[in-house]
Ligand binder design. Structure first.
Ligand code: ADP
Ligand code: MG
Length: 313
């Protein structure tokens, strides 16, 4: 499987949530310590402000060109720990299906610069006064692609998907401050002051109190069992993924402790050599496969079981 095939497989902007995921990853790649997002119009209008490295005027113009990436690239790099981006197609894709403006300033520039893009074409640009960082505003997502617009779900569904994306990103990046507003109402806010504060801010102090550490992250006590699997958060090399194998390993470690229909709360940070990941599965699909599922399953299950059954009365 060639890198270009893997790349081509992905639809980057499937919906507002997947677009926001890409935008957040760009802000994180730019070393931002603060990321603020405001979403309106069912997710079709999005404003994201970061305080990261920013772009020079030249880089700003380049940023919406397809396959313009300042990051990359080898097959292994897809799951590396250095950066989220590697395809250079997120901004180009978003730009082509929206009305967008990007304002940015980097440390070397005295002023910032802003471009206005309509369906992929730059229609205006100007100098702006601005702090270091990047501010991207997307309006009328899918205005020129009625078929995709038709596939947007209800406002509630789109907003819930967006909340989930921001929550999972905030949880993995607890030293970055996140703020999400939906229709100008703040629904999620973290201070960027470490793991413990982040858990309290995203969930509650009670959840924090009932989390215990083990080799591959944190697991919840019997006091915070959930009624869905949605509270098993899995990060492979900092990327949020759905992994059936890891989910099963966690649940199996609890085994007889679990009542029917009850699932553990767990946050798994699992780092693995990218060579051990089957890259035929597209990263943007969030689903991951390992070259050796059994090893991963046994390792996580036995590590969790050890701690879980030792420390609990
Ligand atoms: P990729 O992330 O794969 O490189 P993108 O299309 O997401 O591709 O972004 C294109 C380029 O635009 C990035 O490589 C980066 O140089 C620049 N860029 C995008 N967003 C930001 C941001 N928030 N801050 C600084 N640079 C950015
Ligand atoms: Mg990117």
């Amino acid at each position: 499987e060639s890198i270009s095939n893997i790349i081509a497989a992905g639809e980057v902007v499937e919906n507002p949530a997947s677009m926001i995921k890409e935008l957040i990853e760009n802000s994180l790649d730019a070393n931002s310590s603060s990321i603020k997002i405001n979403v309106t119009n069912k997710g079709r209008n999005v404003k994201i402000i970061d305080n990261g490295n920013g772009m020079s005027k030249t880089d700003l113009f380049l940023s919406i060109e397809r396959h313009a990436t300042s990051k990359i690239i080898s097959k292994e790099d897809i799951y590396n720990l250095k950066s989220y981006g590697f395809r250079g197609e997120a901004l180009a894709s978003i730009a082509s299906v929206s009305k967008m403006s990007i304002a940015s300033k980097n440390i070397d520039s005295i002023t910032g610069h802003q471009i206005y893009v309509n369906a992929g074409k730059i229609i205006k640009d100007k100098e702006v006064v601005k702090n270091q960082g990047t501010e991207i505003e997307i309006k009328e997502l899918f205005f020129n692609t009625p078929a995709r617009l038709k596939f947007l779900r209800t406002k509630n569904t789109e907003y819930n998907k967006i909340k989930h994306v921001v929550l999972t990103q905030a949880l993995a990046n607890y030293n970055v401050s996140f703020q999400l507003s939906l229709d100008n109402k703040i629904v999620l806010k973290t201070s960027g002051k470490g793991f413990e504060n982040c858990i309290t801010e995203l969930f509650s102090f009670n959840i924090l109190k009932n989390l215990k550490k083990f080799k591959y992250g944190y697991y919840g006590t019997m006091d915070i069992l959930r009624s869905t699997k949605d509270y098993i958060f899995t990060y492979i090399n900092k990327r949020y993924v759905k992994s059936k194998i890891i989910e099963t390993a966690i649940i199996d470690a609890y085994y007889t402790k679990l009542m029917k229909g009850k699932y553990p709360f767990a946050i798994i940070y699992f780092d693995i050599n990218p060579k051990e990941i089957d890259v035929n599965v597209h990263p943007s699909k969030k689903i991951i496969k390992f070259s050796n599922d059994n090893t991963v399953y046994n390792d996580i299950k036995s590590e969790l079981k050890k701690t879980l059954w030792e420390n609990e009365s």
